[in-house]
Write a protein that binds this ligand. Structure first.
Ligand SMILES: NC(=O)c1ccc[n+]([C@@H]2O[C@H](COP(=O)([O-])OP(=O)(O)OC[C@H]3O[C@@H](n4cnc5c(N)ncnc54)[C@H](OP(=O)(O)O)[C@@H]3O)[C@@H](O)[C@H]2O)c1
Length: 274
């Protein structure tokens, strides 16, 4: 089966492409680096020729409110239009557990818009909502900095290894469209502040993590279970302590998106001024 993976060079995309190929599928990694740009439409008609499934695991390079909304709306519209023309039978997209509960966040308003376009389209679809990735824990610290301290709310979450995300998305991609949403999550629950503290300690990152009930996640206020998946979620196998011993855990995740860094600097200067 020909499966096009949009964002196939990213964290999840590259793992997904390998797994699909191991299972004998013709998986094509599509991203601007390979001449496929979902914002402009460049390369989409070509890459979708003969494809049965398109999996969208792309992400916006900027998380600034307007930019991220434009990314997910324009990309998704373009993908669905080109898929319809190419006769693609299944559109799979990776979203985030709790997206509908996070509309205070510009990033999540963009994910809500992405999901809405998919649900309204005529292409059979599956939306896979995953919990936070273990690989994102350092990035979560980076976007939660106030001054030199990391402020995070001590609420529950159930993060998972990127490898298990790719496995979960892969299983859905080769199955029949669910025409709805499937949740995937990790095997254990933690408090957000506690696990980020453990992750930074493992990286010998000296930043202090403060349990701050008023701290926001990507701009949204969280309650105890906002980030926790429902009882029907399919759970990955990798436990956090096991993941920490794997090569993937030795690499700190990439730089934070520029817009968030700027926003945090602004928050800090407002804090100092008040
Ligand atoms: N972080 C989390 O904890 C979490 C949890 C649940 C779900 N998710 C979702 O998971 C998805 C993937 O995240 P990720 O961390 O794997 O992303 P990532 O590593 O940042 O990769 C992003 C991918 O998108 C591609 N891309 C960027 N602009 C593009 C464009 N105009 N056209 C086509 N492709 C483009 C990039 O291509 P280049 O390499 O060429 O730039 C790259 O392959 C996101 O949608 C996110 O919402 C994240």
């Amino acid at each position: 089966m020909k499966i096009v993976v949009i964002g196939g060079t990213g964290l999840i995309g590259s793992k997904l492409v390998s797994k699909l190929r191991e299972h004998g599928h013709e998986a094509v990694a599509a991203s601007p680096n390979s001449g496929v740009n979902t914002l402009t439409g460049e390369g989409l008609a070509e890459v979708m020729k003969g494809a049965s499934v398109v999996v969208d695991v792309s992400n916006s390079p900027s998380w600034e409110d307007a930019a991220v909304l434009n990314f997910f709306e324009t990309s998704t519209r373009n993908l669905l239009t080109y898929e319809a023309a190419a006769g693609v039978k299944h559109h799979v997209a990776l979203s985030v557990v709790g997206t509908d509960r996070l509309s205070e966040s510009g990033y999540f308003r963009a994910k809500i818009a992405q999901e809405k376009l998919i649900k309204a389209s005529t292409i059979p679809h599956s939306i896979v909502r995953a919990t936070q990735f273990f690989e994102f824990l350092k990035g979560l610290a980076d976007i939660s900095l106030v001054g030199d301290k990391v402020h995070l709310p001590p609420v529950l979450f159930q993060p998972m290894a990127a490898d298990d995300v790719a496995t979960g998305v892969g299983r859905i991609a080769v199955g029949l469209p669910v025409n709805g949403t499937v949740e995937i999550g990790g095997p254990e629950q933690f408090r957000v502040d506690e696990l980020v503290r453990r992750r930074l300690a493992a990286l010998k990152d000296l930043r202090e993590v403060i349990a701050d009930p008023n701290a926001r996640y990507s701009g949204a206020k969280l309650s105890e279970r906002t980030l926790v998946p429902g009882d029907d979620a399919r759970l990955g196998e990798t436990r956090f302590e096991t993941w920490l011993t794997q090569p993937a855990a030795q690499i700190p995740s990439g730089p934070q998106p520029k817009a968030v860094a700027v926003e945090n600097k602004e928050k800090e200067s407002q804090r100092k001024a008040s």
